[in-house]
Design a protein around this ligand. Structure first.
Ligand SMILES: Nc1nc2c(ncn2[C@@H]2O[C@H](COP(=O)(O)OP(=O)(O)OP(=O)(O)O)[C@@H](O)[C@H]2O)c(=O)[nH]1
Ligand SMILES: [Mg+2]
Length: 314
């Protein structure tokens, strides 16, 4: 698969006109906060794409991922001190891959290290366990090309789904998602999902913990764990960036065991949601909700009018 068609390797053409949700995607999150109009995509006319892959003992799963990734992208695998052949397998499958060693523990630190090493104008984050379909990447890129700052994978919009999520995780994700939507005025449908893509400018909004800091006795810092997706989503919302949700289907990991603990990681997510509220103005949340309701009302009015037209002339 290539992302650029006939354009030069490592780059693709970008429309920098205003925002329109891509086909199969839906606009969500705070709206109308960011100034409308042209969105800068680095300095390049044809932005480049980096794919960041956190991997901890995923040697057996990597063939299902790396062989399906586009050729015309920068690939960065962030190794979590794997004790299997993760690095060797990655290098044999994709000799062009860059291997990065993470500086602390956890998936969040792995992503921060991968983002810091990346050079692309667009950055895709995808798991190494084979549960995210690389074939969906063009949908994410398309949303960014159409003006979204952040293209957020969702298993819970039409066209998405999961063979992997357990009952308890589904319930936890649902309620955590709901809390974020109420507190931050967003319209997310899948808070804790790690398959996303974004414009490089989003890194400033994410403010992930610096990769060169050392935790006490090598401990993880806040944001280094599985709370990272929530941290990213909340900070993107706080900055009022444009988010488009992309339907995504998650399959079960092919081999190996999960690194996530639904209870302890769920608590980290909850604490993140709470601690990120500092400095958030209620007025901003209210304005975002009002803007969203107004947009929804306009859509349903337009829908009604179209239906009526259809009945009259159809
Ligand atoms: N580098 C690095 N990668 C990690 C770490 N923890 C998890 N990952 C990777 O992050 C991705 C998601 O982790 P998973 O363990 O699959 O978590 P999950 O998807 O919630 O769990 P499952 O549904 O059971 O697959 C996988 O590619 C992991 O290899 C870590 O500490 N360091
Ligand atoms: Mg997984």
């Amino acid at each position: 698969m290539t992302l650029v068609g006939s354009s030069k390797a490592g780059a693709m053409a970008v429309e920098t006109t205003g925002f329109e949700p891509p086909s199969g995607g839906s606009e969500t999150g705070p709206r109308g906060v960011q100034a409308e109009g042209e969105l800068p995509v680095g300095q390049a006319a044809e932005p480049t794409v980096s794919i960041v892959i956190p991997a901890k003992n995923e040697a057996r799963n990597l063939p299902h991922v790396l062989q399906k990734l586009p050729e015309d992208c920068e690939l960065i695998l962030v190794d979590g001190n794997s004790t299997d052949d993760t690095i060797a397998v990655a290098q044999s499958l994709r000799p062009d891959i860059t291997i990065v060693n993470q500086t602390r523990g956890g998936k969040g630190n792995a992503l921060a290290c991968g983002f810091a090493a990346s050079k692309g104008d667009f950055i895709v984050m995808i798991d190494a366990d084979g549960s995210n379909d690389p074939g969906e990447i063009p949908r994410f890129i398309d949303a960014l090309r159409r003006g979204a700052h952040f293209a957020k994978g969702s298993r819970f919009v039409s066209g998405g789904g999961s063979d992997d999520i357990t009952f308890i995780r589904r319930i936890g994700n649902f309620w955590l998602n709901k809390i974020v939507n109420v507190l931050y005025g967003t319209n997310y449908t899948d808070l804790c999902y790690g398959y996303n893509a974004f414009r490089r400018e989003c890194l400033d909004a994410m403010r992930l913990p610096a990769t060169d800091l050392r935790g006490e006795d090598g401990a993880m810092l806040w944001g280094d764990g599985f709370e990272v997706e929530t941290l990213i989503n909340v900070r993107i919302a706080k900055e009022g960036l444009r988010v488009t949700e992309i339907p995504s289907f998650e399959t079960a990991r092919h081999f190996g065991a999960s690194n996530l603990n639904a209870i302890s990681d769920g608590i980290r997510v909850l604490r993140t949601i709470h601690s990120e509220r500092k400095g958030l103005k209620r007025k901003v949340v209210r304005e975002r909700k009002a803007a969203r309701n107004a947009a929804e009302a306009t859509w349903s009015e337009a829908d009604g009018a179209l239906l009526q037209l259809g009945e009259e002339f159809g």
